[in-house]
Design a protein around this ligand. Structure first.
Ligand code: FES
Ligand code: FES
Length: 193
C-alpha cells in the first residue's frame, strides 16, 4: 500500500491505495462518484474518461498510486451550479439514449474546449474518437459539442439545421422545389444535343 494525496473536483484526499488499484476504483468504490462509468476496463470504450491535470484520461488505465499531487475532475465536478453547458447541449441535441457513454463524451469534449474553445468539426471528431457510443451514434454529440464551441464548428450546425428543415418539409408533405432544367443554347451553326 502507498499513501497518495490528490484532489477530486477540488476536494483534497489522502488515501492508502494498493498496487492494482485504479483511478476508477477510487472514484466509484471509495469516493462514491459513480458518474464515471466502467465499460471495457481496458482503455477502449472511453466511458471512464475524466480529467487528470486538465487532460482527458481513461480512469480504468490510471494507477491510483500515480496520482500524487494530481488534480482530477469527474463529470460530477463540471459544474457546481446546475448543468455544465456541455451537459445541457447534450440534452438539447438529443445526444443521449441510454447515457452510459455520456459522461465520458462530455469529459472528452470539456478537455477539448478548455484547450481549444473554437475547434473545427474535424477536431471535435478527433477529440471523441476514443469514446464509443452504441445506441445514439455520434452526429448528435458532435452537434452538441459544436453548439457550445465557438465559430469553428458553426458550418456543421448550419448544415444540420438545413437537414432538419428539409426533413420537416418532407414530414409535412411539402415537396422540394426543383430547379427546372435549363435548355442548352444551341451553338452557332449547330444543334443542341
Ligand atoms: S472503461 Fe475505461 S476505456 Fe472502457
Ligand atoms: S447513449 Fe447509449 S452508448 Fe451512447
Amino acid at each position: 500500500m502507498i499513501e497518495v494525496s490528490f484532489s477530486v473536483n477540488g476536494a483534497a484526499h489522502t488515501l492508502r491505495v494498493g498496487p492494482g488499484e485504479r483511478l476508477i476504483d477510487v472514484l466509484r468504490g471509495r469516493l462514491g462518484l459513480t458518474g464515471t462509468k466502467e465499460g471495457c476496463g481496458i482503455g477502449v470504450c472511453g466511458a471512464c474518461t475524466v480529467l487528470v491535470d486538465g487532460r482527458a484520461e481513461n480512469a480504468c488505465l490510471v494507477p491510483a498510486a500515480s496520482l500524487e499531487g494530481a488534480s482530477v475532475v469527474t463529470v460530477e465536478g463540471l459544474s457546481t451550479d446546475g448543468l455544465d453547458p456541455l451537459q445541457q447541449a447534450f440534452l438539447d441535441h438529443h445526444a443521449i439514449q441510454c447515457g452510459f457513454c455520456t459522461p465520458g463524451l462530455v469529459m472528452s469534449a470539456r478537455a477539448l474546449l478548455d484547450e481549444n474553445p473554437e475547434p473545427t468539426e474535424e477536431e471535435i471528431r478527433t477529440a471523441i474518437r476514443g469514446n464509443l457510443c452504441r445506441c445514439t451514434g455520434y452526429e448528435q454529440a458532435i452537434a452538441a459539442i459544436a453548439s457550445v464551441a465557438g465559430t469553428g464548428a458553426r458550418a456543421l450546425l448550419d448544415e444540420q439545421a438545413g437537414l432538419i428543415r428539409s426533413s420537416a418539409r418532407l414530414e409535412a408533405g411539402v415537396p422540394f422545389a426543383r430547379t427546372p432544367p435549363t435548355s442548352t443554347p444551341a451553338p452557332e451553326g449547330g444543334d443542341a444535343r
